[in-house]
Design a protein. Sequence first.
Lengths: 327, 589
Amino acid sequence: MGRYILRRMGFYLIAAWASLTLNFIIPRLAPGDPAAAMFARFEGKVAPEAMGALKAAFGFTDAPLYAQYFTYLKHLVQGDLGMSYAYFPARVTEVIGTGLMWTVALAGVAVIISFVVGSFLGVLAAWNRGGWLDSGLAPALAFLGAFPYFWLAMLALYLFGFVLGWFPLRHAYGHDMEPGLSFAFAADVARHAVLPASSIVVATLGGWMLGMRNTMVATLGTDSIRLAHARGLPPRQVMLRYAARNALLPNVTSFGMAVGFVLSGSLLTEIVFSYPGTGYLLILAVRNQDYPLMQGLFLVITLAVLAANFAVDLICLWLDPRTRAHA
Amino acid sequence: MRDFLRRLSRHRKAAVGGSLLVFFLLLAVVGPFFVMDPTDLVGRPHQPPSAAHWFGTTGQGQDVLAQTVVGARETLAVGFAVGALVTLVGALVGVTAGYLGRRVDDVLSLTTNVFLVIPGMPLAIVLGAYLPSGPLRMVAVLTVAGWAWNARVFRAESLALRGRDFVSAAVVTGESHSRIVSRELLPNMASLLGSSFIGNTLYAVGAQVGLEFLGLGDVSAVTWGTNLYWAGNDAALLTRSWWIFVPTGMCIALVGFALTLVSSAIDEMTNPALRVHKAAPLPATPAPRSHLERPVPGVLLRVEDLCIDYATEKGPSRVVDSVSFDVAPGEVFGLAGESGSGKSTIGSALLGLLPASARVTQGRILFNGMDVTALEGPALRAFRWRQVSMVFQSAMSALNPVLTLGEQFHDTLAAHGRVSRGTSYARARELLGMVGLSPDLVTAWPHQLSGGMRQRVGIALALALEPRLIIMDEPTTALDVVVQKELLQRMVELKQRLGFAMLFITHDLPLLLALSDRVGVLQGGKLVEVDTSTNLRTGARHPYTQLLLSSFPHLSAKDAAPAAQPVQTPELSVSRPSTRVAAIPGGHR
């Protein structure tokens, strides 16, 4: 078991290193000179003699590539992602910090709700195969899943925000609120999260439901279920403890793989609601050509996804006695 | 392949999805000739649908219908191009890794897995921000961000094919790698290539629209993504102009839905288990004459004129045909027959375990005077295991892999009366001891046991409620000869001690003759001969029985005879998880 965890950690370290390196290579391979374009924006804002120092701070120097790479890695290890251009002179880490919190809260809650509810619907659909859940709700949700997340977000915002006025239109909390640990603030945050979160849930529910339904159908055909029925176990116990518990395993694995994908979609949802998470920051960074912030965000989002994947690995380990033993 | 396409065209999902796709392709190709120029400012901005502009106007005064129709062209072109490219790259990397194996596979798999965990959209955004704008940028960015998943699928598939005989044969005969890949591997991946292409196109359309919505496409081009980008920028929501973004979204969803339908149709055709069978309906079960009869003394189980039909696509198929036999209390009755003779179906029917596609169409099964075929719901569940239990052929896979043995015993006991966990576990230890296993195995998981041990657990489980009849459905087929013998001896001893009757189902007639009091021989669903073992051994009358007798080596008949001395049980320990799987006689896995 310890060896398995170490192996997975090794893999995620390699993946983290790969994304760090991609992050270093992409701007330097790009045609044209994005660094020059970026620093052109600083002209006039910064004293000419400070430009050299600034370039160095961003890691663009005339030093050979490998030296630049090591400087880059050294800065990263020190938790230094450089300075944001758009929020100059704020450091990238400061800008990202709050955004990451909002994204993790919004996407995390939405993804978990969607996975739990979708999987449970899948269990029921497979158990009553050909019933209304299976032949009515599943295709309907699959159809909803075909809409881009952000489009469902636009529609939800249009209907429940603009037309009906039930929910706030943008941001994570009202501008008249004082952020803090008060009940009023929490309620306001929840009210702001309802529309973005439910549009993510609606867009992804069908996928989880279908995945769980299919593995559940396969599990229901096994002898382990026949034996459970033969022993006279109550149907609900057979459905949950014998079938769903086993059908869940492959779905948790694919849950891990989908985390990045769902996060990508939720980034777009944030933009529709001007929700101050990493997605919103990312697009602002792209529009402002704020390369340091953009790359910092890419790195942080990637590392967050790696962490989520590792967490899912641990959950799988906990759920399946077989991997626990062989690992 | 042609047959596959023909079956695909008859499939309902494929037909709906296919027609939708064709519609949008036509729209993309010829539609733009029939609408106005989508970039012309033809009216006042934010006008709702009218006779002049069926879908209204945009925030700049362009025709929404024209934008929607023209947008299909580049969106679908880029979507299909990326879909094809991603499939190609993924297949190339995956097949190379899976086929060459070793170092190459290590490196390529690692790269693939790394790209798989790096989130695609942020990577695409960062890449897109640095590359010069245009449709080519979109294709490049989406391919880099999306190839990994396919590589993984194709690697798994080519690994599986690599191990198959026809590929190994080609390798042995010294054919070149490129020839083996192009002649042996790729043709066998046709359906995978097809479904991957569709899946990738789905991904490409979605990701492309997302990036363009962010303004990372060419914002002066007319595509579905830029339509939505401009809808957002021109305050479509603020001005309540739903008509600006609804048509485009609908089109994207319909294309996505159509692709999903086609891909799921392909999945269902290649994996029939996912399909809901539309079989011809079966005739209803005959109304039972009476549920309860006075038990006949000396008869525990009476199978009376039993017929069981399976629903197939070609209509009902009779697998058990007018079978009648009795089992006395404490008797060992053997049912012999080849696979497909209906012997296991009879076993399932005794516990009301027939699959949904099978039905008792005639006859009765009387257990102690009670008609089992008429039992339902709680009454059926109370009957199961308490009165009749069963040992499965596949005890290896019949235990729940995520529960310890003790939990599975507890579930069984708790289903038939209130018991505490402590009581259940004590009983489980006792039962495990009875079948010659260490009582400490209550805390073990099924995967820690060998095949023979699991089969013993199956027997212990069958004894848990002290039923009056135990069905043994090929309980030893998957075990090697030595384990088989020990197990049967144990079974005979337990029977003598506890006095239950046994219905022993197997294809091994000599074994049955050594074990049973009486034997029935099934052929094609009909019981062709029933007699005592003694009579059958000396003079089987039916030619089929004679054939079955002569088709087995005589080894098992003598060896399986119950021995007088107690069985030596092998040393069992749980500390070292056993990965040993019992050998299958005559087979090599």
